[in-house]
Design a protein around this ligand. Structure first.
Ligand code: ASP
Length: 324
């Protein structure tokens, strides 16, 4: 009985906090865009990717189906991808020029326009959780390096050794890149994971987590922790998470630009994402974007040969794909 009363109070306070529930929810994920050739990927490897993408979608779907918020769904979904060595985020992230891993992540909530991000951290197992904590427990939006790690410790996160993130595959990519320093287009340069979600309360949010780009130097930070570049969410327009060559995304104010097209030009989410990808292509940038609007419409655009991606909706509609 006592348990029932407590549960009812929690449910009631959640409803007051986030509004009345509606039935519809949806979410989309990406695991990075890049040069991907079906011929070069073994069926076993393809299956591995599909399995983890499905698992991530399944977790997010369960959170949303149980009345969790879009932020809860994004956090739990991205943690699955961060913990998988297959993606360039958390475990399995790419190496910097100096042979270490430095991670970036961000989240943004569309109802309040609150956001949180961390950049260049070396000892945080799940950067997306700390990004959310920055948003909810600090007065800041973006914390970097050792300061972000100190904040995480103060908030109760256990640091991990940098070696936790290291994988053979990423080390090989760095070594290959170092060998031909100036040739930039290897298979393994992009990665990154992201999630956008609409919850049953009608709110949307976005999150992105990455190791950045292989061989990055000088404390380079890409678009992923930059609100308005790699991540953006606004209930009035859409929520977006990007992957690709971050410098181009920052220069375009990529995800904020999509939101502006929707707000001022009344473009729908797919058209706005498509038009922004065209701008990126014209500038010479490569990558992709996923987006969701408050009606659960989903966009997944990329100008590379593949993007690990998937979506799921409350009516059961679902897709997981890798290649174009
Ligand atoms: N956008 C990320 C960055 O530039 C990398 C990626 O998505 O692959 O740091």
């Amino acid at each position: 009985m006592k348990q029932l009363i407590i549960s009812s109070i929690i449910l009631l306070s959640t409803l007051i906090a986030v509004g009345q529930p509606q039935k519809k929810y949806a979410m989309a994920i990406h695991g990075g865009a890049g040069v991907m050739d079906k011929k070069n990927m073994s069926p076993e490897m393809e299956n591995e990717y599909i399995k983890v993408l499905n698992r991530a979608l399944h977790i997010g779907d369960s959170v949303l189906a149980c009345g969790g918020t879009c932020l809860d769904a994004i956090e739990e979904t991205i943690v699955i991808l961060e913990d998988s060595p297959l993606f360039n985020a958390g475990k399995g992230a790419v190496f910097t020029h100096d042979g270490i891993v430095e991670l970036d992540a961000s989240v943004m909530e569309g109802q309040t326009l609150k956001a949180g991000a961390i950049a260049g951290v070396r000892d945080i197992k799940n950067p997306i959780r700390v990004a959310r904590t920055v948003m909810e427990k600090s007065e800041h939006v973006l914390l970097t390096g050792t300061g972000a790690s100190q904040f995480a410790k103060e908030q109760g996160f256990e640091p991990v050794e940098n070696s936790y993130f290291h994988t053979e595959k990423r080390l090989k990519s760095l070594q290959e890149l170092l060998k031909k320093e100036r040739e930039s287009d290897t298979n393994d340069k992009h990665g990154t994971v992201g999630c956008v979600a609409l919850d049953t309360y009608g709110n949307i949010a976005a999150g992105t987590s990455t190791g950045g780009m292989t061989n990055k130097k000088y404390g380079r930070v890409g678009d992923s922790p930059i609100i308005g570049a790699g991540t953006y969410a606004n209930n009035q327009t859409g929520a977006f998470s990007c992957t690709g060559h971050g410098e181009y995304y920052i220069r375009l104010g990529f995800s904020r630009d999509i939101s502006a097209m929707m707000e001022y030009q009344k473009q729908d989410i797919r058209e706005a994402c498509r038009l922004e990808m065209e701008k990126l292509t014209r500038m010479g940038g490569t990558g992709g974007v996923i987006g969701i609007d408050k009606n659960g419409n989903i966009a997944m655009e990329f100008n590379t040969s593949g993007m690990f991606r998937g979506y799921i909706k409350s009516d059961g509609e679902k897709e997981v794909a890798i290649f174009k």
